[in-house]
Design a protein around this ligand. Structure first.
Ligand code: CA
Length: 503
């Protein structure tokens, strides 16, 4: 019999249809479909009483509004949403998995840094203090790329970090620390090799002393556009500073490194019902391989893990880490509440059509990308890690905000899982795109790097695709391969997270 459903966890009482199932057809030896069941939607594996638990991913995703007979279709109208898990007294250390798989590959080739993770690319990053300087810096970067970059063969790129922060903001507001920390940490990004180049305007609120140590505020590292007479002098000053930085960067060479020198991020966007059974668990398996091998892996997106917080806390290795996880969730609950919304603001109509009943089910699919490794640290937005291993970095789920926030935390590569498809990419670090379905890979054959769709068809296992993702991560990190977003230069702006007031 052709396999027509996929069950995630042995404790589940529902499974997902791999393709459209006709009413009356045999799903397996013991179950006959009582309804037409659309692809990716849920079928009951046993009778579920009124008020009974509906379990997927081994957790309760809802309660049955009425009796659900074995073999029935379960759509989003048939279940009540459970309460969000409470955030006080979270259990910790109860689910520490030390049996994650050891990777076959234990090395990669990167640019070693002193007191920092290694780079996957060798880039001159010119960071602005304020959006007002962005236009001039972008013009200067074009000139540097045209006239200087070809002379430095070991340097991969010159980029301008032109974020929307810097002035017209309440710089002493409580939450201003988040965007300020993001800018300060982007300057220290591992792909920039410790070369510091910051360009300001001259009258902005985000002054150099807020983002740089005093010893680094020198005429070699910083300049203000208002100090220069006219356009040409400004651009020349930036180009001249860049020349010296490029000389230094050009001395860097890739070397064979342990996985412990690698830090990457995981993100998903435009999820569908297959995301949680194909792309995200496969990426989670790759994350487990990386972590077991000594690498650091960040996962994020607060609203998409909120309903799984009680499961994540059990994977935290100390009470202190579980407490920080809880406080980040509380902060975000309040942030949403102040905006007059709650977690229901997350799932889209497309999510539901695709078989995702609610935010709980979406969250369980989303956290699959964190694999099964223990959580060794929790970061506030844009903080840098102090530990190696699997880390939860609190960020919004918004693709274009999560990316820069993880970049500020120092990721040198991101793996991005998608069901609907997005051309999203970052200049600062390569972004690998993994689709949840083969149909998306066929449609966007030159935008999606890897399809995890074969898992749903039973043609490949989660482990096989996970290993494929793991190998591609190391190939891209080592500069041997480029993801499509870099081949075509599809790069988004640095939309850093700013929850503080603008004046
Ligand atoms: Ca996202």
């Amino acid at each position: 019999m052709k396999n027509s459903i996929i069950k995630i966890n042995e404790n589940d009482n529902v499974a997902i249809a791999l393709f459209d199932i006709k009413k009356g057809s045999a799903v397996n030896e013991s179950i006959i479909a009582l309804d037409d069941i659309p692809q990716a939607h849920k079928i009951a594996l046993s009778d579920i009483e009124k008020g009974g638990e509906i379990r997927r991913y081994g957790v309760i995703i809802g309660y049955a509004k009425d009796l659900i007979k074995k073999g029935s279709w379960i759509n989003e109208k048939m279940l009540d949403l459970p309460e969000s898990p409470a955030l006080d007294n979270l259990e910790w250390g109860k689910d520490i998995n030390t049996n994650t798989p050891m990777p076959k590959r234990r090395y990669w080739y990167g640019y070693k840094n002193k007191d920092n993770y290694a780079g996957t690319r060798n880039i001159l990053g010119i960071v602005t203090t304020v959006q007002c300087a962005a236009g001039v810096v972008k013009v200067a970067v074009e000139e540097i790329k045209r006239t200087l970059l070809p002379l430095y063969e070991n340097v991969d790129d010159v980029i301008a970090i032109t974020h929307p922060y810097g002035c017209g903001v309440a710089i002493n507001a409580r939450e201003a620390k988040i965007p300020i920390r993001a800018v300060a940490n982007l300057i220290k990004h591992p792909n920039f090799g410790g070369e510091i180049m910051v360009v300001g305007l001259g009258c902005e609120k985000l002054t150099f002393d807020r983002i740089l140590d005093k010893s680094l505020i020198t005429k070699e590292n910083t300049l203000l556009l208002q100090d220069y007479k006219g356009r040409d002098a400004m651009v020349k000053a930036i180009v001249d500073m860049a020349r010296i930085k490029l000389e230094n960067l050009n001395k860097r060479k890739r070397e064979k490194l342990d996985l412990s020198d690698l830090i990457i991020g995981m993100q998903c966007g435009g999820s569908d019902a297959f995301s949680g059974i194909t792309a995200n668990p496969a990426a989670g398996y790759a994350a487990d391989l990386l972590v077991k091998g000594g690498a650091t892996v960040l996962f994020s997106e607060v609203t998409e893990v909120r309903d799984a917080v009680n499961l994540l806390s059990r994977r935290c290795v100390s009470k202190e880490i579980a407490d920080k996880l809880s406080s980040e969730m509380k902060w975000y609950d309040k942030y949403l509440e102040d905006g007059g919304v709650d977690r229901d603001a997350n799932p889209t109509p497309g999510n539901k059509q695709g078989g995702l009943a609610n935010i709980v089910e979406k969250a369980m699919g989303s956290v699959a990308k964190s694999g099964k490794s223990p959580i060794v640290e929790v970061l506030s937005p844009a903080e840098r890690p102090t530990k190696k291993g699997l880390i939860f970095a609190a960020t919004p789920a918004s693709d274009i905000v999560c990316g820069p926030s993880q970049a500020a935390s120092g990721i040198t590569l991101q793996v991005f899982m998608t069901g609907r498809g997005t051309p999203y990419g970052l200049e600062i670090a390569p972004v690998i795109k993994v689709s949840s379905r083969d149909e998306l890979k066929e449609h966007w054959f030159d935008l999606i790097d890897i399809s995890a769709g074969a898992i749903a068809k039973g043609e490949k296992s989660i482990e096989e695709v996970g290993e494929e993702i793991f190998n591609f991560i190391l190939d891209v990190a080592s500069g041997e391969k480029k993801p499509y977003s870099d081949v075509y230069g599809f790069h988004n702006d640095m939309c850093i997270f700013n929850p503080a007031p603008i004046t």
